[in-house]
Design a protein around this ligand. Sequence first.
Ligand SMILES: NC(=O)c1ccc[n+]([C@@H]2O[C@H](COP(=O)([O-])OP(=O)(O)OC[C@H]3O[C@@H](n4cnc5c(N)ncnc54)[C@H](O)[C@@H]3O)[C@@H](O)[C@H]2O)c1
Length: 441
Amino acid sequence: MNSLQVEATSTARVLEEKIRTRRARVGIIGLGYVGLPLAVEFAKAGFDVTGIDLSDAKTDRVNAGDSYIGDISSSLLGPLVKSGKLRATTDFSVVRELDTVNICVPTPLRKTKDPDMSYIVSACGEIAKHFHSGMLVILESTTYPGTTDEVVLPMLEQGGLKVGQDFFLCFSPERVDPGNPKYNTSNIPKVVGGTTAACSEMGHVFYSQALQQVVAVSSTQVAEMVKLLENTFRMINIGLANEIALMCDRMGINVWEVIEAAATKPFGFMPFFPGPGLGGHCIPIDPFYLSWKTKQAGFEARFIELAGYINGQMPHFVVDKVQNALNEHAKPVKGSHIHIVGVAYKKNIDDVRESPAVDIMLLLKRLGARITFSDPHVASMQLEDSRLASDDISQVAAADCTVIITDHSAFDYPQIAKQARLIVDTRNALKGIKSDKIVRL
Ligand SMILES: NC(=O)c1ccc[n+]([C@@H]2O[C@H](COP(=O)([O-])OP(=O)(O)OC[C@H]3O[C@@H](n4cnc5c(N)ncnc54)[C@H](O)[C@@H]3O)[C@@H](O)[C@H]2O)c1
């Protein structure tokens, strides 16, 4: 994009020039799975980047060039810190010196499935204390449509500055896919929408300096809704795949073979796969941000509620499968040793947030089973009040039943199939291996 199209204030022109010449000082609030890769991308593009986080442990590690995010190697982070391009702090007063701020803080659900806006509100409260004219603020945390203009904007305008003139405000959904070897922050197209046309343009100019493709949309609400459509699409289609799996189970049909054959259709079909349940920070949570908001507008998001119900049943279905499999071998689940293979919420990553493995382990523990697990990406995990350490995979030989929850590439599946006494495979990880001791989802 050439220089700003809409009639720009002199404040806009100055900020645009700073961004285009990479003299703009960039701030990233929240240095997690989203924020740290984004900070690295802007530092790589030549900007002076400051990360702000509440956690001393994280800012200390960033300042030591020691990455705690799987997709960012310390050999990439270290030199950026050493060269002075990237630093981290817990002190929000640096906002006074910043030209841009991206907010990448968590947006969990409360127990009641209502959005928890407290992290966004807290971060914006801190920004507001040090806010100044000529800033670009971009919210990246996934949230319900309307958040940027209804929650963030009033907090930033309370000091008297006017959006679109004195400062610029956007929403840009984060699409990072941890563990994806092909797509990362820099090559995933970036959607951005502003509160005003000048804000959208400023957001476009900003991301274009560091990311390969930027897609500007007309408003913050459109940009917020884009993310929710994407994740709701995944959640509902996974729900459908899970329902088909439940149907196939009743009828004795191999669901994996069905999906694989259906996927040979070159148009009009996209494969989604069943599994032990949804996990992670996004797919199980984000659609409920949308249903919460639409409920306020008097509209019930019935697809979302139904898919949420079906997906929520999957851990119970897996536990039933384990119980039935043990019963067939005349072993009650009570007192049995059950070894879980993979506890991260998806393959090849170290994140156990919302992982269905946690639900399945808890359900089995409550039935009296003794639980161990192996995960090359997760050294230990919390299960109620006890901390479990990852065991050697050779435990499969000792366990009464092995349950494959996460199909990490690092596991030797033929070896697992050989050593285990009984296996419940929730991911079709043992595809092609024929054995009476394998029970598939
Ligand atoms: N992880 C993903 O794959 C992914 C993908 C797309 C979108 N998102 C969305 O991006 C947002 C961030 O997710 P994440 O996975 O990076 O979370 P995260 O928990 O990994 O990181 C968030 C960071 O923010 C910090 N933080 C919390 N409150 C703060 C505050 N008030 N001020 C400063 N720092 C604060 C935390 O200490 C943490 O380091 C969420 O809205 C999430 O839904 C995540």
